[in-house]
Design a protein around this ligand. Sequence first.
Ligand SMILES: Cc1cc2nc3c(=O)[nH]c(=O)nc-3n(C[C@H](O)[C@H](O)[C@H](O)COP(=O)(O)OP(=O)(O)OC[C@H]3O[C@@H](n4cnc5c(N)ncnc54)[C@H](O)[C@@H]3O)c2cc1C
Ligand code: FES
Length: 264
Amino acid sequence: MSVSQMQGMVIENVQKNSGWYEMEISIPSFAPCARPGQFVHIKTGAGSDPLLRRPFSICDFDKDAGRLFLMYKLVGSGTKWLSSVASGSYIDIVGPLGKGFTCPDPGARVILVGGGIGIAPLLYLARRLTERNCRLRIFYGVEEYHQLSALNKFERLGVNIDVATHDGSAGFKGLVTDLFEQKIVSEKADVIYTCGPEIMMAKVAAVAAQYQIPGELSLEEYMACGVGACLGCARKLKAEDDNFVKICKDGPVFSFSQMKFDLN
Ligand SMILES: Cc1cc2nc3c(=O)[nH]c(=O)nc-3n(C[C@H](O)[C@H](O)[C@H](O)COP(=O)(O)OP(=O)(O)OC[C@H]3O[C@@H](n4cnc5c(N)ncnc54)[C@H](O)[C@@H]3O)c2cc1C
Ligand code: FES
């Protein structure tokens, strides 16, 4: 897989009702084989501050049009800078990086569980899976209705999507993991993919284990180089492991069976 440093032209960079941003970038040289679950590393400043690039999931990618889509929330200086980039400006992008989700067999029955901004990589995954005629069931959890900004994008794919909000302003009232746990009883899934807060993914993996359904999750970690050279993102997947993995290079996607979460 070719990783390159490129300039992408920002087509649109807008704040949604959720408070989160969506960015569309024209980047014709971006690797057409970019996989769902991979990420891009973006220079989020004009000079050397901040020094380190910031990682963002490929939220969607149209290889024919050379368009990359990101969804991001304001966290600190890097994302603040990103939010100020005007249409027509160029940003410096390295990618695609990391190991993406494994594609299941065509026609597979697939469940996706996304929480908050963690829904971002699941949109591109859903697109690729519908192209493989997979049967998708999606559980999408947020705090409140306005944060469902990706909902219409999933609906345009024609996929089956269930929503959970903490405050009950849309769909199931409560945690997406509770909704998922209720519904999985009647689902016959071959594989589950999840991205969101680690506590949410831990619960998804635990429920999946009860039903002996394999799955994959995408981990988030602070990153420096993004290419496996600095150990900035190193962590153990199980406390008893001897070795550390590099989230940027060995991940960010890992299988449920590689992980052991401390749920206490
Ligand atoms: C593989 C990967 C994919 C990602 N995809 C997306 C995405 O699609 N959309 C999106 O909005 N975000 C995504 N993130 C998170 C995003 O990279 C961070 O929010 C961003 O780097 C913050 O930069 P900043 O300069 O604005 O904040 P900083 O100034 O770096 O940090 C501000 C505060 O946030 C905390 N913080 C920063 N980064 C993280 C982190 N990774 N985990 C926990 N706390 C953190 C810091 O401790 C600090 O308190 C992803 C992260 C990874 C590793
Ligand atoms: S960020 Fe440098 S090794 Fe992962």
